[in-house]
Write a protein of this length. Structure first.
Length: 409
């Protein structure tokens, strides 16, 4: 890292409260600028939409393999740095290039295509109703902790074909990873172990589920590849989806543009979710790449081996974007772009929309009680630290009496 003076921090309390200030400081440095992404850990961050598109499609110049990370290889990244959870190398498609990436990506896409979206919507509604039944009699809740953080995990346990005895452990482990505290590394190790157990179970007892389909795929993934594929699939599918649900609810409840139309249902929810992808991208700064050799990106020097992150958040609010683009336009980079673009945007959209519609249908007189709360403080995900709401209490006799499957038998 050669920049001076000290670059903006993309973590901590100030960033969590006003991330736009850090992005404005980065933009002032050009289309790409240095940022501190954790204590004494630095990366180049792309805030220009045009520059991001260039990088994301230039596989000849940029690699996803984080074993190229010079500072990490030279011992300049603390071994307990929180960014290593998402930036240190794993043998999954997220860190793969070329033919290996293509092989893993095709397997993922073809298995993902077998997930029936109508069943997915019904599964989302079932688990959403179960979570709401737990809070409805109280008249208040933190929809971040009590709903958004947990719902995608329950859904993915079903998608994976996770037996009931493993599903609860999987949810607990994933919530430990989300906490990003001192126990996050142990939670990640626990989760990997649970996935290995799941893989062995589905080898013995195949079913109509994502894990079984991956095991039977012609790509013939090894056990190690399976664990890391599923780890990536769940991590990339649950945490950003939880952030999208929470930010969508927050926008609907705090923005007067939507307040009078909440009874309008689907159209209003979809419109809010599209706006969130532009203005509050659930993945704030991610898509780490490493230059294979020293190069230039839109006039900025990119050294070999330095991490280059895409600010999905800042590119969506880039002042250089054409005026009047509109939030219905799909050229935002919330799903990234190029060969590593998120393959599950359709499934995530089904989950987020069904989740929010269920909340609005079930919780009457819903009101946000702490507007303006900060985001969670890390550099990668953008979502409110809490989403405290009040609503009309519901007596037990109006509840749905649903039970959350929490996995399959």
């Amino acid at each position: 890292m050669t920049a001076s003076p000290r670059p903006p921090r993309l973590f901590g309390d100030a960033f969590a409260l006003r991330p736009q200030d850090a992005y404005a400081e980065l933009r002032a440095a050009g289309p790409v600028g240095w940022a501190e992404i954790a204590e004494n850990v630095y990366a180049l961050v792309v805030t220009s939409h045009r520059a991001a598109i260039t990088l994301l499609n230039d596989t000849a110049t940029y690699s996803k393999d984080s074993r190229r990370w010079a500072a990490l290889n030279n011992g300049r990244v603390p071994p307990d740095s929180p960014v290593l959870a998402l930036m240190a190398f794993r043998p999954s498609l997220l860190y793969a290039d070329g033919q290996r990436h293509e092989r893993l990506r095709i397997a993922l896409e073809q298995c993902l295509a077998r997930v029936d979206v109508h069943t997915l919507r019904e599964t989302t509604q079932t688990h959403a109703n179960w979570l709401i039944d737990r809070i409805a009699p109280r008249g208040h809740a933190d929809l971040m902790v009590d709903f958004a953080d947990t719902l995608p995990l329950l859904i993915f346990a079903d998608i994976l074909g996770c037996p009931t005895q493993l599903a609860g452990r999987m949810v607990t482990a994933c919530q430990g990873i989300i906490s990003a505290g001192a126990a996050a590394a142990q939670a990640a190790e626990d989760f990997a172990g649970i996935l290995f157990e799941l893989i062995q179970t589905r080898k013995r007892q195949p079913g109509a589920d994502f894990t079984s389909w991956m095991l039977a795929h012609p790509a013939r993934l090894t056990d190690e590849e399976m664990v890391h594929q599923l780890f990536c699939f769940v991590g990339a599918g649950t945490i950003p989806t939880a952030a999208w649900i929470a930010s969508g609810l927050r926008l609907l409840l705090e923005d007067d543009t939507y307040a009078g139309d909440l009874a309008g249902g689907t159209v209003t929810v979809r419109r809010a979710l599209e706006k969130v992808l532009w203005t509050r991208s659930p993945m704030a700064n991610f898509s780490a790449h490493f230059a294979r050799h020293a190069t230039m990106l839109h006039g900025v020097a990119i050294p070999e081996g330095e991490p280059v992150l895409i600010s999905h958040a800042a590119t969506g609010t880039d002042p250089a974007l054409p005026p009047g683009l509109g939030y219905d336009n799909r050229s935002h980079l919330a799903w990234s772009a190029g060969p590593h673009r998120c393959p599950a945007d359709g499934q995530a959209s089904v989950i987020a929309q069904a989740a929010i519609e269920t909340v609005l249908d079930r919780l009457w007189d819903l009101d946000l009680t702490d507007p303006g709360v900060p985001n969670r403080p890390g550099p990668f995900h953008q979502c409110p630290v809490s989403l405290n709401v009040s609503f009309r209490k519901q007596p037990a006799d109006v509840l749905t009496a649903t039970t959350s499957a929490g996995g399959t038998s």
